[in-house]
Design a protein around this ligand. Structure first.
Ligand code: ADP
Ligand code: ZN
Length: 428
């Protein structure tokens, strides 16, 4: 169902025209209200009036995560602090967290983006949304909360954790939509099985999962274990949080809210724009931010764009599922690949759980990959897992092209996560 058909099914020409107007306004706003952007433009002898459409974007240099860190805490603000309504921050695994700010209007726009996303995913008035993202500085829970509420889905702001209680609430208050990370959805599914609950004891029909990649294989696991449809949702703190893009029920890519975020794909090595359809790094320019516009923000996420009209009737441009982040890319023996590609191969085996760690180790002078993966409770090998190990190793070699060691470990070896999983352990 469309929430805003005019935008969601707008012709490409109309969308391009509208984006041009919004872009010119956003650039002017950033230039006039923010020293960082003003100096960037002045250094490049560029005036805001030079940027009239997406075609002109390449003239602006990229904004990177380090720019946000270097300008901590307030220097990327484009409004006085008394205009601010909310602070959020990214997890900040290294160093200080990266703060982002919202004015009242930004919160309204964020709510609208998330309401549209929820609606594209299939949330309706009368639904019950269990928000099992963690309520912290992190944007996930608040974004989903805003969107679901605006649609008229009753929100249960339970946050993540206390999984048994989650299931009790889900059952008693007949939650129909689950919002969390794919990793946490698996944890919920495990607890559900452990408690011997039946699928028909829950009213869940839909899950909106974001903040980390969800491969098709992981989606399949979640869907079959919980008996729901699983939809992927994408965003990042620097752009305000979730609400940037979402899959529709066709599951053929993530529709981008193009009236708020202008996407580009660039070659991560050279920074040059790549033609539509080619894989590269996703770069976004915000179009309607007040507190903290970002121009040409490098997300470090790798994907490609697809411009055609979707079977759902939407013309909003789509990006393919995120393959991974440039910083997570594994380069071994001259071959590049992402953990998500490996996950697809691993989860094709019914004998294992979607619980694994990819260890990067040194053997002599050479890099070596060794994956530890949990066996399923139901799979009780008599040979200590040897036969499965060699089948999995052969498949890996076939697809990825070099030897990857697989170790089958006992169920529940790895700690479960309530947020994003950390899949790589770099021990080199
Ligand atoms: P960080 O994890 O860098 O601290 P965020 O919490 O803002 O910061 O996370 C944003 C990042 O999470 C994105 O840039 C992307 O790498 C990842 N992400 C979010 N949603 C998805 C998704 N649906 N698929 C894959 N990756 C995602
Ligand atoms: Zn669609």
């Amino acid at each position: 169902m469309f929430r805003d058909e005019k935008i969601e099914a707008m012709s490409r020409d109309e969308m391009t025209g509208m984006q041009g107007g919004l872009l010119a306004r956003q650039v002017k706003w950033a230039y006039e209200n923010n020293r960082f952007y003003r100096e960037k433009f002045d250094r490049a002898h560029l005036s805001p009036g030079d940027i009239k459409s997406a075609e002109d974007l390449h003239r602006i240099s990229f904004t990177e995560k380090t720019d946000l860190r270097d300008n901590y805490p307030y220097a990327l603000l484009s409004v006085p602090t008394w205009e601010l309504a909310r602070l959020h921050a990214s997890s900040g695994t290294t160093g200080k967290p990266t703060p982002v700010f919202h004015t009242r209007k930004d919160l309204d726009n964020w709510g609208e983006c998330m309401a549209r996303n929820c609606s594209i995913a299939g949330v309706r008035k009368g639904d019950v949304s269990q928000i099992s993202f963690k309520y912290t500085l992190f944007t996930g829970a608040f974004g989903h909360h805003l969107g679901a509420e605006l649609i008229g889905s009753m929100v249960i702001p339970i946050s993540s954790g206390q999984t048994e209680k989650q299931l009790m609430m889900m059952q008693d208050f007949k939650a129909t939509v689950l919002h969390c990370t794919p990793s946490y959805a698996i944890v919920i599914a495990e607890k559900f099985a452990e408690l011997g609950m039946k699928k028909d004891s829950l009213s869940l029909r839909l899950g909106i999962f974001g903040a980390e990649p969800m491969t098709e294989e992981l989606r399949g696991e979640i869907e079959s274990r919980l008996g729901i449809t699983a939809i992927g949702d994408y965003g990042l703190t620097e752009l305000g949080g979730p609400g940037v893009s979402i899959e529709c029920p066709e599951k053929k890519g993530y529709h981008i809210n193009e009236d708020f975020f202008l996407p580009e794909i660039i070659d991560p090595k050279t920074g040059s724009p790549l033609p539509t359809g080619e894989d590269g790094e996703l770069v976004f320019t915000t179009l309607q931010k007040e507190a903290m516009p970002v121009l040409r923000y490098r997300t470090r996420d790798i994907t490609c764009l697809e411009k055609g009209t979707c079977a759902c009737g939407r013309t909003l441009i789509r990006h393919a599922p995120i393959k991974g982040r440039t910083d997570d890319m594994i380069i071994i023996g001259g071959v590049n690949f992402f953990p998500s590609q490996m996950e697809s191969i691993l989860l094709d085996f019914r004998e294992v759980e979607p619980q694994y760690v990819i260890n990067l180790v040194k053997k002599g002078r050479l890099d070596h990959i060794c994956v530890d993966i949990e066996r399923c409770q139901a799979f009780q090998p008599v040979d200590g897992g040897k036969e499965l190990k060699s089948r999995m190793e052969a498949r890996m070699k076939d697809i990825i092209g070099f030897r990857i060691e697989i170790n089958i470990v006992e169920p529940m070896t790895f700690p479960r996560t309530e947020g994003k999983s950390k899949r790589i352990a770099d021990k080199r």
